[in-house]
Structures are given as C-alpha cells and as structure tokens.
Write a protein that binds this ligand. Structure first.
Ligand SMILES: C[S@@+](CC[C@H](N)C(=O)[O-])C[C@H]1O[C@@H](n2cnc3c(N)ncnc32)[C@H](O)[C@@H]1O
Length: 305
C-alpha cells in the first residue's frame, strides 16, 4: 500500500508533514480538537486512521497536561513501525509512549470491545475507509453518550485544489517522458557522448520550460520537482541512475497518494448521502465547513447516536 511507503519515508508525525510544526498541523486545527477533550477524568479516546499518530499524540499530551488521566488509542491500516514514531520534544515523547497504537488494523474491523470510547476522532483518515462497515464499527465501540467528530477532505478545499495541481504537474512529467530523457542524458554523459549529451540536455531544458503553469499551486509543485530534476542534471555521477530511479518511484507513489486523496474529497451532500446509505439512526448528524485563514480547509462531520 502506498501509505506504508509514505509513513516509512516521512519523519513527520502527520500526513501534512510540515517539519516546522511539532505535530505537522496548523494551530487552528489543534485548537479545534482541543474542544473535543472532555473535562471528565479517565475518558477513552480513539483516533481512526491515525497514521503516525499526530492527533492521538496531541490528544494524549493535552489530556496529560490537564491532569485528566485519559487514555488515547490510535489505529491505522498501514504497516507502521511504532519505534519510528518519535519527537525531538521530550514531553511529546512521553505522550507517544502512553498512546496505544494498533497498526495493520482496518477501520472496517476494529479490535476493541463494544462501548469503549467516549470520543472518536479522525483527521483526514475516516474518508478512506468503506463507510458501510467502518461507521457501524465506530458506533459499536462508542460509549452510549459518546461523540464522533471527523475532519474530512472536501472537493472545494484548498488541499484538494493543491492535490489536483500536483497531479497535473507530476502526470505531465510522466506523459512527456522526462525521466526517460533524463536517463538518456545521464547515460550519454557517462559514456562521453558529448554531442548527444549536449543535444539531449538542451532539448530537455526546452521541454521543461515549455510547461504552461496554470495556477500558483502548480507553480509550487513545478518548482519543487524541477529543482530535484535540475540537481540530477547539474551533477551527473555514478549514482545518478539510482537517484533518478528513486525520484521516479517517489513521483509515482505521490501521484497515487494524491489521486487517492482527491477520490475521497466529498461534498457536504455526498457525505450525508454516504451516512444515510449506512442506514443507522443518529441523534446528531452535522456537517460543517472548517476554514483556516479564510480558506475552506475541510468539512467536519459530527455524529451522536
Ligand atoms: C491522510 S492519512 C491521515 C493520517 C493521520 N490521521 C494524519 O492526520 O496524519 C490517511 C490514513 O488513512 C489510512 N487508511 C486508509 N484506509 C484505511 C482503512 N480502510 N482502515 C484504516 N486506515 C486506513 C492510511 O493508512 C493513512 O495512514
């Protein structure tokens, strides 16, 4: 699964992977989740599709700091090595040790007893599951007065627009056979075919410059990938074919991940339809827009039985 590859590769705790931020998420998101921490002691929390656990760890940290003695669990389908979940911050590391992680665990079949969790959350994770099985499972493990709050990707969000821009740029590279051109350039240089090298180098630069950038998001994706390609072009050596191969693999993995993300970015109406199709009576079913810096970031789905 491409998520196994992703989590194995990133050192970040969240799929946002913003290395500047301890949990990888902007403060607005963490503030949103802080309202979900109950004031009662000894509550159980579950983070569905936790990835490397950013939200679960943050909740545990908050519960501990408030002296509430609550317990946080996080589960995910990906095969993640728990030992690789670490932070430079000692207080966060303490929280990491306290969270119970269950990996290789599908949301469609949760390994927890009925009525276990007072609060169930998910940050860009639940939408990837098969709702007809994962929603009944979440409700099964929820306590009688428990709450489910899920932050979900949506079709008009800044994140989805950014994903679409990334897919466009990366697919263009594949369609234009940029990696094949680059492999030839590396081979010509290595075998001292100077003329062929110069000619193919010039052609590739022209090809790259001919890309018509449609938006600011595309510009960012374009700059990022072209800087990686340029590094290989500028410094051709005996490792260049390996660097090229790993760059190409990571581009393919990225396209799959971005397409996966776009495919689960639903509208409000689709979310309500998905829930209604499951056919469970709910006392609360609420879908709200969530904005960061005045831009639509996600939808929040609140459920109570
Ligand atoms: C975008 S990541 C979000 C991870 C984490 N919540 C975060 O905020 O960093 C989506 C996660 O969903 C997980 N996932 C996808 N389908 C799943 C399923 N059916 N059951 C459990 N986890 C799943 C993936 O392994 C991945 O870690």
């Amino acid at each position: 699964m491409h998520w196994d590859h992703y989590w194995n590769f990133t050192g970040a705790l969240s799929s946002f992977g913003d290395a500047e931020l301890e949990f990888g998420y902007p403060d607005e998101i963490l503030e949103f989740w802080s309202d979900l921490v109950l004031s009662e002691k000894n509550c159980n929390y579950l983070d569905l599709a936790t990835g490397k656990g950013a939200l679960a760890i943050w909740l545990q940290n908050r519960v501990d700091n408030l002296g509430l003695c609550g317990k946080v669990y996080g589960c995910d389908l990906a095969n993640i090595n728990k030992d690789k979940i670490t932070s430079k911050n000692p207080s966060i590391n303490e929280s990491i040790k306290k969270v119970t992680f269950d990996f290789n665990t599908p949301l469609e079949s949760l390994p927890y007893p009925d009525n276990t969790f007072d609060v169930i959350v998910s940050q860009f994770g639940f939408e990837y599951s098969d709702w007809s099985n994962s929603l009944p499972e979440a409700i099964r493990v929820l306590t009688e007065n428990g709450k489910i709050s899920l932050m979900l990707h949506t079709n008009e969000s800044v994140i989805t627009k950014d994903c679409k821009a990334g897919i466009k740029v990366l697919k263009w590279l594949i369609e234009e056979r940029v990696f094949e051109d680059l492999a030839n350039i590396v081979s010509f240089k290595a075998s001292n075919h100077s003329l062929k090298y110069e000619e193919s180098n010039t052609n590739l630069i022209k090809k790259i410059q001919a890309y018509s950038i449609g938006s600011q998001d595309e510009q960012v994706w374009y700059n990022d990938i072209i800087s990686k390609i340029s590094k290989i072009m500028i410094n051709i050596n005996t490792n260049s074919h390996n660097h090229l191969e790993s760059l190409k693999n990571s581009v393919f993995q990225q396209i799959t991940r971005l397409e996966d993300q776009v495919s689960v970015a639903f509208s409000k109406a689709e979310i309500i339809d998905n829930i209604n199709k499951v056919g469970i009576n709910l006392s609360v079913l609420e879908v709200k827009e969530f904005y960061v810096d005045d831009s639509l970031f996600s939808l929040v789905l609140n459920i109570e039985v």
